[in-house]
Structure formats: C-alpha cells, structure tokens
Design a protein around this ligand. Structure first.
Ligand SMILES: Cc1cc2nc3c(=O)[nH]c(=O)nc-3n(C[C@H](O)[C@H](O)[C@H](O)COP(=O)(O)OP(=O)(O)OC[C@H]3O[C@@H](n4cnc5c(N)ncnc54)[C@H](O)[C@@H]3O)c2cc1C
Ligand SMILES: *[C@@H]1O[C@H](CO)[C@@H](O)[C@H](O)[C@H]1NC(C)=O
Ligand SMILES: *[C@@H]1O[C@H](CO)[C@@H](O)[C@H](O)[C@H]1NC(C)=O
Ligand SMILES: *[C@@H]1O[C@H](CO)[C@@H](O)[C@H](O)[C@H]1NC(C)=O
Ligand SMILES: *[C@@H]1O[C@H](CO)[C@@H](O)[C@H](O)[C@H]1NC(C)=O
Length: 624
C-alpha cells in the first residue's frame, strides 16, 4: 500500500473504523515515512530455527524484557562469550514507539493478557471480579507496552535491601548502575551526579503536553512542596515526569540495549520462542540448558556457563516451578518432581495499587480551542507525527505531572504516596479503554460516568508506594503454556487501604489549591455501585468501597523470587542472584527485589540487569 492510499485508509479508519483499526494503516505509514522508527539495519535478526537445535552457548538468557535486554548487551561486550536470548514474543511493532498509542498496546498480542483469580475484596467492578495483569510479550518485554515513566525509587529502598542481608545493593552501590544505563537529555539534569549522559537509554520530557502540568506543579508549591528532580538528592516533591524517550519516542529496553548489540558476532536471538523449563541435572544440581518451543517444534539448547531467567515477576517463578524448583507441596500437587525445595518461589508478590475512576470535573476548563488539549487519535495528529515528529501523539495525557509526598505515617525523606497528574479523566473518551484494558463492567462504568461523559476533567490518582500486603503466583498445571495462578491479595493488610484513602484525600487537597481552583474543579460524585452508594460520597467508607471495586495498579508485579541471605527461608536467590541450591542458574529481573521500590519499576529492573551482568562478569573472571 502506498502513502496516499494508506492516508486515505487511515482517515476512513479514524472516522468509521472500529477503534484501533487505524493502527494497521498508521504502521504502514510509519514504514514509508519514518526510517528512524523502522531502523531496519539496527534491529536484531532472528536466528534461523535450523541453527538452534542441540546448540551450545556460554549463556542462555530467558526473556528479552527490561532486564534481559540489558544482560544480553552487557554479556556480549565480552567477545569470548556467546549468548542466546530467548523471547516468547516477536519484534516490537513500529507503532509502540509512539507515546500516544499506549492504551492500545494492552489486551493485544503484545500482552500476555493475564488475569488474576477472582476476588471478593478487590477488582469487584471487573468482569469476573478479576484484575487484569498486563505483561509485555515482545522484544522489550513490559517496557514495550509501558507508560515510560523513569523513576528509580527512594535511596532508603536500596539501603533496606542491603540491611536485610544483601551486601552490594545499598543506594550508593546501585546508583552507578542507574547512571550507567542513562543518556538524559533534560538540560538541567545533564551535570547532576545522579544522572548519566553516556548510556544507551534516553531519558527526557514529553515533546508535547497539554501544558496543564504547570498548574499542578504550582499547586505543589502552594502546598509547601518543592519542584525537584525526584530521581536526585531527595525524592519528595513535584515534578514533570522523566520518561524513557529517545528523540521523543519510546525507548524500549530492546531499542536501547539490543539494537546496539545486534550485529555482534556472539549475540544470538531467538524470538517467538516459548521456554518450557530449565534442564537441571538432578545428581549435581546443575542447570544445563533449557527446553523451548518455537513454532510447532521443541528445541533443547545447552548453556556452558549459565542459564539466566529474566522472564519477569510472573514467569520467572513459573519457570522455576516448572523446572522443579519451588514449594514442595505445590510441586507435588502439580505432579512435578521436586529438584530443589524453595518455599519462597512465587511468594512475596507485591504491586502498587491505586483507586481508578475518580475524576475532577472542571466547570471552568482551559479554552476548548487550546491546540494542546486534543485527542491524539485522529488524522491531523497522525499527520503531524508522521511528517514532523511532533504534536499530540508525542504525549501521554495520563501522566503529565508527578509527585511523591509523605502521609502522616512516614517521614518526608521516605514518601509513601505517588501522584500522577492527568489532564484528562476517565470519563472522557468513552468506555472503550476502561472496559477493554481495565476489564471494568459496563454497568460499573455507566454508574460512574452517566451524565458527565463530555465534561472536561483531570485526575490525580494516588498510589501507595510500600504495600504491606503480599500475594503469590502459582502454577495452574504442569503445562508450561498455561497461564499461572495470580493472587495479588490487594488490601489484605488493612493498612494498605487506609493509606490509599489517605493519599486520595491528599490528592483532593491539590485540587483545592488556588492554582487548580481556577478551573473550578469538583469531584464527580456519581457513586460507583449501589453497595458504595450507601456511604456518604468521598467519606472514608465510600473510598474504601470504591477502591475495592475499581482496583487498579501501576502494573509493577515484583518480589516473587526475592533475594536474601542464606538464612532467609523465603529467599530464592542470593545477593549475587544465584538460585539457592542450583548451580549455574540465576534470576535477574524485577522478581528478585526483596521489597518493591517506592516508585515505578522499569528503571530498577534495568539497574538489576546492569548489576547482574557485572556480577556474572566478576564470577567468571572477566573484565567488567
Ligand atoms: C501496562 C504497563 C505499564 C507500565 N508502566 C510503567 C512505567 O510507566 N514506568 C515504569 O517504570 N514501569 C512501568 N511498568 C513496569 C515495567 O515495565 C516492568 O516493571 C519491567 O518491564 C519489568 O522488567 P522485567 O525484566 O522484570 O520483566 P519484563 O519486562 O516483563 O520482561 C519479561 C520478558 O520475558 C518474556 N517471557 C516470559 N516468559 C517467557 C517464557 N516462558 N519464554 C520466553 N520468554 C518469556 C516476556 O515475554 C517478556 O518479554 C509498566 C508495566 C506495564 C505492563
Ligand atoms: C544521547 O542522546 C543524544 C540526543 O538524542 C544523542 O545526540 C547522543 O549521541 C546520545 N549519547 C549517547 C552516548 O548515545
Ligand atoms: C502546548 O504545548 C507546547 C509544547 O509542550 C507548549 O510549549 C505550549 O505552551 C502549550 N500551550 C499551552 C496553551 O499550554
Ligand atoms: C520488606 O519486606 C520485609 C519482609 O517481607 C518486611 O518485614 C519489611 O517490613 C519490608 N520493608 C518495607 C519497608 O516495606
Ligand atoms: C578473552 O579471552 C582472552 C584469552 O583468554 C583474554 O586475554 C581476554 O582478557 C578475554 N576477554 C575478556 C573481556 O575477558
């Protein structure tokens, strides 16, 4: 299809097509008009299947996600080593580079489309009472479908990891690994000791925004907070979000780390390759390789030095259990021979919960003619993007502002609440994405937004940063292709819900600052359900009830293969990320966090990849 025809089809798709049909033509137009995105010569090539069977590599890395891409890059820096990277998903499509397509990426073939087990205490507003658990399935892993926030967490998170018996993981130990990855292009941060300028990963602000974050930052000042680099000296404060962007486009882990390594002779990639298990010699307790399926055929590859699991916090524990490493009783129930009993595998699941669906309706919105407050999914925006790399498609209006604040339960140096400011609330744009991505039931959506569908709005969801509840991941069966059982146990510890309510009250205070009052905001007071309508709107009881219906998370599952000292029975890996009881096997991804970080988890997962790669180099006597 040529450019003119693709443009015509794009216009038709935007006007009449089912939602998202435009992406087909948008992708074609990117192919013709945006060689920078197509980036043909730098994308890694798939190893022909015929070259795979019974091969040996020094390292076999499972999962090309945030951590796996970093590891593949760093290990292949050593020309003496061969590395095979196995990834279940395929290459990332062109359109995921475009920030505004974020919502379209979930519930697609780029997403594993996991769902949690039904719950009577959270996700009650969702079809089947099941929370959706999006996870990326493509080169780049979850970084290919994520919302690009570049957040490292709090220095005390890492000092806490160290003090729990993990030497080498304190803040000053890990800071060099954050900066090593980074190429910050935000002017004011380039000289900072907290930022790097020579790494592979671009960090920048959005090229285009509604401009409304200025009012949000001003509101922060009026509440006594400072506008700071929340990845710098102090996390407390308000900020424009730092984002993983290169030239304004999404910097997936694959783009940042695999493409620079793609032409190394010792780097081998096999995508669309679903790993079924790690092969462990039971006599010696040594990981020898992995078994995987590509297309309709099974393959076995051997690792001369190590197997590294970087399959993420849902699937690294799943793979360990499929390989006989995990809680004895559960493995026996599944009919899997126990190779190594490790009761912490899949346990200690943590994620960052928030309350969805609260919006501030504006009686005095910024002028409608404001060119910045426009829907990005239309022909004009697509043309601006394709031809000039600018316009509303370079924005993600959900996250134009951010803040870390402390509730009365903590000290200012250790914020426990994160705000994300979005100049468009969920009442706008219809129920398509809330239902498709969030799984919100129609009657729940209607109950919330009936009569306010067209009123301009903003939102400031509060996230709790250090949940006390702990969930788990288990096998559903011994079939490696079956989705695992995911039980997040949100609000299992009542303090989590208390803090979430507290944070929501704090967010509401932002809306009452002089800075925000210019828009005459008022909370949309339609109750979410008859059950919650029994409570006065916005009372603590109401918010608890609402949170149990519209339970959302920042999509940060972690801690399911937690790192810890030898005397910690729940630890799965040691502080060098080696699986206890098994030789030549490491887990290196977000699952090794002993406690979830106080912020988004993409940057921490890459840091874990950087540090993990250095630990491997050390252990094999190679230069770092
Ligand atoms: C919708 C969404 C939005 C998010 N937004 C943000 C954000 O704005 N900022 C932020 O910091 N974080 C965000 N995150 C979280 C962040 O992306 C993850 O924490 C991070 O990517 C985790 O890295 P990982 O390496 O542990 O796992 P992943 O990046 O998930 O990578 C795991 C990889 O392993 C592959 N894999 C799994 N099982 C197998 C198997 N059996 N065989 C072969 N391959 C396998 C997967 O396909 C995947 O590619 C978001 C996540 C999602 C889903
Ligand atoms: C950092 O990003 C800038 C802007 O995109 C680019 O010009 C520069 O080459 C990058 N530096 C590195 C080391 O990649
Ligand atoms: C629109 O966005 C651009 C780029 O972010 C910004 O320079 C401009 O000030 C914004 N306009 C308004 C009215 O906020
Ligand atoms: C970290 O995890 C441990 C063990 O689960 C827990 O006791 C501790 O309170 C957690 N620390 C924080 C700061 O949440
Ligand atoms: C690769 O091997 C050679 C020869 O054994 C050795 O001299 C060199 O230091 C090794 N390279 C690295 C990066 O370890």
């Amino acid at each position: 299809m040529d450019v003119a025809n693709a443009y015509t089809a794009l216009d038709v798709a935007f006007k009449f097509g089912p939602p998202l049909s435009y992406l087909v033509f948008f992708n074609i137009l990117i192919y013709h008009l945006r060689p920078d995105i197509v980036d043909e010569k730098n994308r890694p090539k798939n190893v022909p299947a015929i070259n795979l069977d019974s091969r040996e590599y020094d390292f076999v890395v499972v999962g090309a996600g945030a951590a796996g891409c970093v590891i593949a890059n760093r290990l292949t820096e050593n020309a003496n080593w061969t590395v095979l990277l196995l990834e279940a998903g395929g290459e990332e499509p062109y359109y995921t580079d475009v920030p505004a397509t974020y919502l379209s990426q979930q519930r697609s073939d780029l997403d594993w489309n996991f769902e949690a087990e039904p719950s009577t205490t959270y996700c009650k507003g969702m079809t089947g009472n099941r929370c959706r658990v999006p996870r990326g399935k493509a080169l780049g892993g979850s970084s290919t479908i994520n919302s690009m926030l570049y957040v490292r967490g709090n220095r005390r998170d890492y000092d806490g990891w160290r003090d729990q018996g993990n030497p080498g993981w304190g803040y000053e130990d890990v800071l060099p690994y954050f900066t090593k990855s980074e190429n910050v292009t935000i002017g004011g941060l380039r000289g900072s000791r907290y930022h790097g300028t020579r790494g592979y990963l671009g960090v920048d602000y959005f090229r285009f925004t509604s401009g409304m974050a200025e009012y949000f930052l001003e509101a922060g000042r009026q509440l006594g907070f400072q506008v700071v680099d929340t990845n710098g000296e102090s996390q407390l404060g308000f900020t424009l979000p730092q984002l993983t962007l290169t030239n304004g486009l999404k910097a997936t882990a694959s783009k940042a780390f695999l493409r620079p390594a793609a032409r190394r002779k010792n780097f081998f990639l096999s995508a669309r390759s679903m790993v079924h298990k790690v092969i462990v010699d039971r006599k010696t307790g040594t990981a020898e390789g992995v078994r995987f399926r590509r297309g309709g055929k099974m393959y076995t590859v051997r690792a001369r030095k190590e197997v590294i699991l970087s399959a993420g916090a849902i699937q690294s524990p799943q793979l360990l259990m499929l390989s006989g490493i995990g809680p004895r009783k559960h493995l026996e129930e599944m009919g899997i021979p126990v190779v190594q009993e490790r009761c912490g595998v899949g346990r200690n699941f943590q994620d960052h919960a928030l309350i969805g669906g609260l919006v501030f309706l504006m009686d005095a919105p910024p002028p409608e003619s404001d060119p910045n407050i426009t829907d990005a999914e239309n022909s004009a925006a697509a043309r601006r993007f394709l031809e000039d790399n600018e316009g509303p498609m370079m924005d993600l209006p959900e996250i134009e502002g951010m803040a870390f604040v402390n509730s009365r339960f903590t000290t200012p140096d250790y914020p426990d609440i994160q705000f994300l400011f979005g100049p468009q609330g969920d009442n706008l744009g219809g129920d398509f994405y809330p239902r498709r991505n969030g799984g919100i039931r129609k009657e729940v959506y209607d109950s919330l937004f009936k009569g306010v569908e067209d009123i301009r709005s903003f939102r400031i969801p509060a996230t709790i940063l250090r949940p006390k509840s702990r969930g788990y991941v288990e096998l559903r069966s011994a079939d490696p292709e079956e989705h695992p059982v995911i039980v997040p146990k949100f609000f299992d510890d009542p303090m989590d819900l208390e803090l979430l309510v507290e944070g929501t009250y704090m967010a509401e205070k932002v809306s009452r600052t002089p800075s925000m009052r210019r828009f005459k905001p008022r909370l949309n007071s339609n109750p979410i359900s008859p059950e919650c309508a029994k409570f006065p709107f916005f009372s603590r009881d109401y918010l608890r009830c609402h949170a149990r219906y519209y339970t959302q998370t920042a999509e940060h599952p972690s801690c399911t293969c937690r790192m810890g000292p030898a005397d910690d029975p729940m630890a799965v890996v040691d502080p060098r990320l080696r699986v206890y009881g098994i030789k030549n096997l490491r887990v290196i991804d977000a699952s090794i966090m002993p406690n979830i970080t106080s912020g988004n988890t993409y940057a921490p997962a890459m840091m874990i990849g950087e540090k993990g790669a250095d630990l491997i180099k050390e252990d094999h006597g190679a230069r770092r």
